[in-house]
Write a protein that binds this ligand. Structure first.
Ligand code: S3P
Length: 184
């Protein structure tokens, strides 16, 4: 019997809305919230840009891997992954054990527009849609491989997206449990 999953996982490109939607989802569902980037920053006492420039991306990916392992061992949480976390197949394997994975899709133009104010926080993000598109294309397969469900986010409000995901998660997990417990 497959156990019912209790975690909602958000993956996707930078500025696809993972953190914002994740926070709302956590309120809507009553689940705890884990944002992998924020935990890394708290534990290191450094922001992501400093970690990249002083310790390097490889080091950052190691920290990210540790947080993913920890979060994957928890139940009943919403997890907002950093944009590159699903490039490591081990992260995907772990996160899927207890989580249904939602890919938040964003166009390169919208990603650049949304990150205008936060370029300082994102070492891999520039202000040109062409560059975002190149990185997005290179990652597309990994994002799709990780995802159970793909959600388009352009022109949609975070509240609307969170409701859609909460409903989808409920449908999927309720169906599972009633199939597993047909007598209930
Ligand atoms: C990254 C995305 C960032 C952060 C780091 C690397 C990436 O997270 O983890 O800057 O490789 O796409 P957000 O997607 O929350 O911006």
């Amino acid at each position: 019997m497959t156990p019912v999953k209790t975690n909602i996982v958000l993956c996707g490109f930078m500025a696809s809305g993972k953190t914002t939607v994740g926070r709302i989802l956590s309120q809507l569902t009553g689940k705890g919230f884990v944002d992998t980037d924020s935990i890394i920053e708290e534990r290191m006492g450094m922001n992501i840009r400093q970690i990249f420039s002083e310790l390097g991306e490889r080091y950052f990916r190691g920290l990210e891997r540790d947080i993913v392992i920890e979060a994957s061992g928890r139940k009943n949480i919403v997890i907002a992954l950093g944009g590159g976390a699903v490039l490591d197949p081990e992260n995907v394997k772990d996160i899927r054990k207890e989580g249904i994975v939602y890919l938040l899709k964003v166009s390169p133009e919208e990603a650049v527009r949304r990150s205008k104010e936060s370029l300082e926080e994102r070492p891999l993000m520039g202000d040109q849609a062409e560059d975002a598109e190149i990185l997005m294309r290179a990652r597309e397969d990994a994002y799709l491989r990780a995802a159970d469900v793909v959600i388009e986010t352009d022109d949609r409000k975070p509240e609307e997206l969170a409701k859609q995901i909460a409903n989808d998660f409920k449908d999927k997990t309720q169906t599972n449990s009633s199939l597993q417990n047909p007598g209930l």
